[in-house]
Design a protein around this ligand. Structure first.
Ligand code: 13P
Length: 249
C-alpha cells in the first residue's frame, strides 16, 4: 500500500508574514492527517519553514536545485546546501523550469542525480503540453522525460524518488485532467518503469498536479495509480490545501 503524499509548490509566492500564518496552520492540523504533507516554499523562506515546521508532521522541500555541487554558478543553490539546512524534498524538472528557464531533459537528469547523491528525495515532474496531447504523443513525451533520468541514474537511482505527472495544459489553467486521463498516464508511467526493469514500479508514488482543488481532489486521488498531488495555487490557501490533504486521507 502506497502512502499518499500531498505536496504544495508555492512557486514564486509568499512573504515572511503570509508564510508564517500558513505554516502555523499546517503545523497545527497536519498531525491529524494520514497522508504525508510537504511544502516547497521559495529558497529565501526555506529557513523559515525549517524553523516553524521542526518536529511537526509537515516536511519541506525546495523547488529546484543546481546540478553542480559548488563553484562559479551565480544564483544557483546546491543539493549540499539544501541538505545543510535539513531539507528533505526537492522538485526536479517542473514544467516551468523546463519551459521558462530552458531546462532540457539532460539538465533535469543532472539535477535529479545531484539530488539523489545528496540524499534528497527528488520529486521528478513530467508531462505533456496541450499540442503534444492533441497530437497523440503524450506517452512518447512522458517516456522520453523518464528515460533521460533513467539513462543517467539507472533504475537504482529511482529508489527514493517520487514522480509527479503534471500535464502542462492543466497547470494554473483551471483545466484539470479528468480522473481517467490522469489514471491512464499514471498507469503508463508505472508500466514503463516496470518494463525498464524497475522492480519497485508498483511501490513508487506518482502524484498528479494541475489545477487540483478541494472540489476535484477526492476523485483524482481515488484513481488506483494516483498517489496524491502536487498542488500549486491551492497550496497557498490553508483551508484549500488542508481540504486537499483530507481528500488524500
Ligand atoms: P496549479 O495547482 O496552480 O495548477 O499548479 C500545479 C503545479 O504546477 C504544481 O507544481
Amino acid at each position: 500500500m502506497r502512502k499518499k503524499l500531498v505536496a504544495g509548490n508555492w512557486k514564486m509566492h509568499g512573504s515572511l508574514r503570509q508564510n508564517e500564518a500558513l505554516l502555523q496552520r499546517l503545523r497545527a492540523e497536519a498531525g491529524a492527517l494520514s497522508c504525508e504533507v510537504v511544502v516547497c516554499p521559495p529558497f529565501p523562506y526555506l529557513a523559515q519553514a525549517q524553523a516553524l515546521l521542526e518536529g511537526s508532521a509537515v516536511a519541506w522541500g525546495a523547488q529546484s536545485l543546481s546540478e553542480f555541487p559548488q563553484g562559479a554558478h551565480t544564483g544557483e543553490v546546491s543539493a549540499g546546501m539544501l541538505c545543510d539546512l535539513g531539507c528533505r524534498y526537492v522538485l526536479v524538472g517542473h514544467s516551468e523550469r523546463r519551459s521558462l528557464y530552458g531546462e532540457s531533459d539532460s539538465v533535469v537528469a543532472g539535477k535529479f542525480e545531484a539530488a539523489v547523491r545528496a540524499g534528497l528525495v527528488p520529486v521528478l515532474c513530467v508531462g505533456e503540453t496541450l499540442s503534444e496531447r492533441e497530437s497523440g504523443v503524450t506517452g512518447d513525451v512522458v517516456r522520453r522525460q523518464l528515460d533521460a533520468v533513467l539513462d543517467r541514474v539507472g533504475v537504482a537511482g529511482l529508489a527514493s524518488a517520487v514522480l509527479a505527472y503534471e500535464p502542462v495544459w492543466a497547470i494554473g489553467t483551471g483545466m484539470t485532467a479528468t480522473p481517467e486521463q490522469a489514471q491512464a498516464v499514471h498507469a503508463l508511467i508505472r508500466s514503463h518503469l516496470a518494463a525498464c526493469g524497475f522492480e519497485a514500479a508498483s511501490a513508487i508514488r506518482i502524484l498528479y498536479g494541475g489545477s487540483v482543488k478541494p472540489q476535484n481532489a477526492v476523485e483524482l486521488f481515488g484513481q488506483p495509480d494516483v498517489d496524491g498531488g502536487l498542488i500549486g495555487g491551492a497550496a497557498l490557501v490553508a483551508d484549500d490545501f488542508l481540504a486537499i490533504c483530507q481528500a488524500a486521507n
